[in-house]
Write a protein that binds this ligand. Structure first.
Ligand code: ADP
Ligand code: MG
Ligand code: ZN
Length: 695
C-alpha cells in the first residue's frame, strides 16, 4: 500500500499548486470522482470554480490533460493562469502561427506538457488525432460543453464532431476520463451532451443553482406603467446599486433618461460605441453610477458584489438568460430583490424578435440554392436572393452556423453540407419552446427559486421552497400586491377542499362548474383564487394533457395536499389573493404631473394601428358616452369585488378602451393595460358595453 504524503492528496494539491485554502462547494467530490477515472458531466453556475475540477485531477493523475475549448480568449486566459502557477501549458488555435503549433506537438510527444488546450476544429486536421493518440492522456476536459448540443444557444458544428474522435483518444483498457463542463444546460441539453459524447456511464454533478438571498417577484405590469414603477422601486437607496434589463435599445435609453431624474443612471447597449460602454461599465463598477439600464449585452464583465436589485422591464427570451441576469444580484450574500415585469404585450415583442432571429427556412433555402463549389461574393448572392439586406445577412449567418455555407474573410461564400436544415429547424423550434417555458414560469404558482433550480435539472434540490419569493411569502412582496380573501372567497375555498377530498384530482374547469358558490365568477377570478390556495399549500396544480380525435388538449388538474385534507370549517385560512401591483408604484394621476400623463396616453394611441398620430384624443361624442358607460360599470364591479376602482381598470386603460372600441377579444388584448387575466375576467362585460354604445 502506498501512503500519500499530504502534498499529493487533493487538498494538498489545492493548497500547494493552486494556493487556495479550501475547496469551494462540491469541488472536492467532483475532483475525487475524476481522479478515480470516472466520466462526468459537471453543471454549475459561472464562477462556481468548474475549471479546478479538471485541473486538479489532471495533476493528480499525471501526464497531459487535453482541454477542448471553444473560444481563443478562454483558452488564452486559462493557459496564462496555469502558466503563472508554474505549470507546463501549451495551446493550439488559429490565432497562433504554425511554428507554435509544431512546438506544442513536439513538447506533447516528449511528455513535457501538463495541459494542452486545443480548439475543436483542430481535431479535423489530418494526422492530429493520431498524433494525440501516441500518448495516453491524463484526462480529456471539454469546456463549455453545451456548445455540442444543437439545443444550446451556442451550438458549434465542430463540437459535434468530438464524439467521433473520442474513442480513438481513449483506446486503452484504462481510458482517460472525459470531463464535460458547462454553466448552462437544461436536462434536455444535458442528455444531448452525454449522447453526443458517448458517455453512457457518466456521473452527473448538477449543483449550486439555488441562491438563498435572492427574493424573486414576478408581476404583471402594463407596459406604460413600468417606467414609473421602476423609478419608485429604485428611489430608495437601499435598493441600489441596481441593474435594469430592458428589451430594446430604445427602452434602455428612455428608462435611463427617466431614472436620471432621481439617481445617477445610464443606458448600456450594443448600439453605443465601445468607449461609452467601457466608461459606463467602469463608472458602475466604481460606484459612480448607481443604476445601469442595459440590454443583454451588459453584465459579462461585471464583478460587483453589492448589487441589491435586478429588474427585468420585459420578459426575457429564456430562463437560462434570466437566471444569469438575476444572478448578478447579491454576490455578497446580503438579501437582494429581483423583479420581473410582464404583460401580454411582451409576447408580441418576443414573437417579433423570434421571427427576426430565426428567419423562415425558405430564406435560408434561397441563399443555399445560390451557393456553389466556387466562392461567390456575398453582394452577388444577395441581389440574386431577392431578400432584403437584413434578411439576407441573417439567412447567410444561420447557414454558416449550421454548416450550410462557408464564408471566407473576404465575405465570399461556398456551399456547405445539406444537413443544416435539420439542426436549424430543431434549434428554431427549441427557441420557441424556451420562451414557452418563460411564460409558464410567470404563470406558475410554485416557489420561483425552486422552479429555476428544477429547470437546471437539480431535482434533488428542487423541492425546498425558498421562503422569500412572491409565492412563498406574498405578504413580504414589495411590488406585487396581494389582498386578504373575502369571507365569500374563504367559503369557496372550504367548498373546494370538500369537493376534492374524496377524489384524486379534478380538472379546473370541471371543479368550477361543480361548485354553486362560484356561479358567475369568471375563469380568471377562479384561477386567481386557485393560485392563492396553492400558495397556502392546500392544493397543487399540474399541467396535464390528453388526446382527443388526434388533437392534444391541455388542461390543469387540481390535487389536494396533506395540508388540504386537514382543513375543516373552523381552520383559519391565511389566504392572500394576487392583485396586480402595489398602490405606491402606480403611476396614478396624483403621482404624475398632468403633462406627462398626456404624453403617455398620446404614445399609447400612436402605437395603435389605424394611425391616430395626428389627433391622439379626438373629441368624439360617442367615445365620451362609452367612457361614461365604462366608468359606471367599473364602479359597480369594484364594489362587487370589494376593491378600489383602479384594480378593475386604470383610468388610462379605460380611456384607451373607449378610443379603440374593440369588437372582439383579440382587439381587446391589443390595448395596453389589458392582459389575459383582465380580458378573461372582464372581457365579456367590456365588449358588451363597446357594442351597445356603438349601435
Ligand atoms: P467557472 O468555470 O465555474 O465559471 P472558474 O473555474 O473560472 O469558474 O473559477 C472562478 C473563480 O474561482 C476563479 O477566479 C478561480 O480562481 C476561483 N476558484 C476556484 N476554485 C477556488 C477555491 N477552491 N478557492 C478559491 N477560489 C477558487
Ligand atoms: Mg469556466
Ligand atoms: Zn419561493
Amino acid at each position: 500500500m502506498t501512503v500519500l504524503s499530504h502534498a499529493d492528496t487533493p487538498i494538498g494539491l489545492l493548497q500547494s499548486v493552486f494556493g487556495f485554502v479550501g475547496f469551494l462547494a462540491n469541488q472536492e467530490k467532483v475532483c475525487d470522482a475524476a481522479i478515480e477515472g470516472r466520466d462526468l458531466l459537471l453543471v454549475m453556475p459561472t464562477g462556481a470554480g468548474k475549471s479546478l475540477c479538471y485541473q486538479l485531477p489532471a495533476i493528480a493523475r499525471g501526464g497531459t490533460a487535453l482541454v477542448i475549448s471553444p473560444l481563443i480568449s478562454l483558452m488564452e486566459d486559462q493557459a496564462a493562469k496555469l502558466a503563472a502557477l508554474g505549470l507546463r501549458v501549451a495551446r493550439i488555435h488559429s490565432g497562433l502561427d504554425r511554428g507554435a503549433a509544431r512546438q506544442a506537438c513536439v513538447e506533447y510527444l516528449e511528455g513535457a506538457l501538463q495541459f494542452l488546450f486545443v480548439a475543436p476544429e483542430r481535431l479535423r486536421v489530418p494526422g492530429f488525432p493520431e498524433m494525440l493518440a501516441k500518448r495516453k492522456l491524463a484526462l480529456i476536459a471539454i469546456d463549455e460543453a453545451h456548445c455540442i448540443s444543437q439545443w444550446g444557444h451556442d451550438f458549434r458544428p465542430d463540437y459535434r464532431m468530438l464524439g467521433q474522435y473520442l474513442p480513438g483518444l481513449r483506446n486503452s483498457p484504462d481510458p482517460p476520463p472525459v470531463i464535460a463542463l458547462t454553466a448552462t444546460a437544461t436536462p434536455t441539453v444535458q442528455a444531448d451532451i452525454l449522447a453526443q459524447l458517448g458517455m453512457a456511464n457518466s456521473l452527473k454533478f448538477i449543483h449550486g443553482f439555488r441562491r438563498k438571498n435572492l427574493a424573486i417577484e414576478v408581476v404583471e405590469v402594463a407596459v406604460p406603467a413600468r417606467a414609473s414603477a421602476i423609478c419608485h422601486l429604485l428611489a430608495s437607496s437601499a435598493r441600489r446599486p441596481a441593474i435594469v434589463y430592458a428589451t430594446s435599445r430604445k427602452q434602455s435609453e428612455s428608462l435611463a433618461a427617466e431614472l436620471s431624474l432621481i439617481v445617477r443612471a445610464a443606458a448600456y447597449h450594443a448600439g453605443l460605441d465601445a468607449e461609452t460602454r467601457t466608461r459606463v461599465q467602469k463608472a458602475f463598477q466604481a460606484g459612480e453610477l448607481e443604476v445601469v439600464v442595459a440590454t443583454i449585452a451588459f453584465g459579462m464583465g461585471i464583478d460587483k458584489a453589492d448589487i441589491r436589485t435586478v429588474i427585468h422591464a420585459g420578459l426575457p427570451a429564456t430562463l437560462e438568460g434570466y437566471y444569469q441576469e438575476i444572478g448578478r444580484a447579491g454576490r455578497d450574500g446580503a438579501l437582494s430583490r429581483t423583479f420581473l415585469m410582464h404583460s401580454y404585450a411582451d409576447q408580441r415583442t418576443h414573437n417579433f424578435f423570434l421571427n427576426r432571429d430565426y428567419p423562415p427556412v425558405e430564406h435560408l433555402n434561397k441563399v443555399f440554392a445560390a451557393l456553389g463549389e466556387d466562392p461567390r461574393p456575398a453582394a452577388e448572392l444577395w441581389s440574386e436572393s431577392k431578400l432584403d439586406e437584413e434578411e439576407f445577412d441573417k439567412a447567410l449567418e444561420k447557414l454558416e452556423i449550421h454548416g450550410g455555407a462557408r464564408v471566407d474573410f473576404g465575405g465570399a461564400a461556398t456551399k456547405g453540407a445539406a444537413g443544416w436544415k435539420k439542426t436549424y429547424t430543431i434549434q428554431a423550434q427549441y427557441r420557441a419552446e424556451q420562451f414557452e417555458r418563460v411564460l409558464r414560469f410567470t404563470r406558475s404558482s410554485t416557489c420561483r427559486m425552486s422552479a429555476l433550480v428544477r429547470h437546471f435539472g437539480d431535482v434533488n434540490d428542487a423541492n425546498q421552497p425558498c421562503g422569500i419569493c412572491d409565492i412563498c411569502d406574498p405578504a413580504g412582496a414589495v411590488l406585487r400586491q396581494f389582498r386578504r380573501a373575502t369571507p365569500t372567497e374563504r367559503r369557496i375555498v372550504q367548498a373546494i377542499v370538500d369537493r376534492l377530498r374524496p377524489v384524486s384530482y379534478m380538472a379546473t374547469g370541471t371543479l368550477q362548474r361543480s361548485l354553486e358558490l362560484v356561479d358567475g365568477m369568471s375563469r380568471g377570478d377562479f384561477d386567481g383564487l386557485l393560485d392563492a390556495i396553492v400558495r397556502a399549500g392546500l392544493i397543487e396544480i399540474e399541467e396535464a394533457e390528453f388526446e382527443k380525435n388526434g388533437e392534444i388538449l391541455r388542461f390543469r388538474k387540481v390535487l389536494i395536499t396533506e395540508i388540504g385534507l386537514e382543513v375543516r370549517p373552523a381552520t383559519p385560512l391565511p389566504l392572500l389573493i394576487g392583485d396586480g401591483i402595489a398602490d405606491e408604484f402606480e403611476a396614478g394621476s396624483k403621482a404624475l404631473p398632468r403633462q406627462k400623463k398626456a404624453t403617455t396616453s398620446a404614445r399609447i394611441a400612436s402605437q395603435k394601428p389605424g394611425g391616430m398620430e395626428t389627433n391622439p384624443e379626438p373629441a368624439d361624442p360617442a367615445s365620451e358616452v362609452l367612457v361614461a358607460l365604462l366608468r359606471e360599470w367599473r364602479t359597480a364591479e369594484a364594489k362587487r369585488l370589494g376593491v378600489p376602482a383602479f384594480v378593475v381598470l386604470h383610468d388610462r386603460t379605460l380611456q384607451a378602451v373607449a378610443r379603440a372600441r374593440p369588437a372582439n377579444g383579440a382587439q381587446l388584448l391589443e390595448i395596453d393595460g389589458i392582459g389575459p387575466a383582465k380580458a378573461e375576467r372582464f372581457g365579456v362585460a367590456i365588449l358588451k358595453l363597446c357594442a351597445v354604445s356603438s349601435s
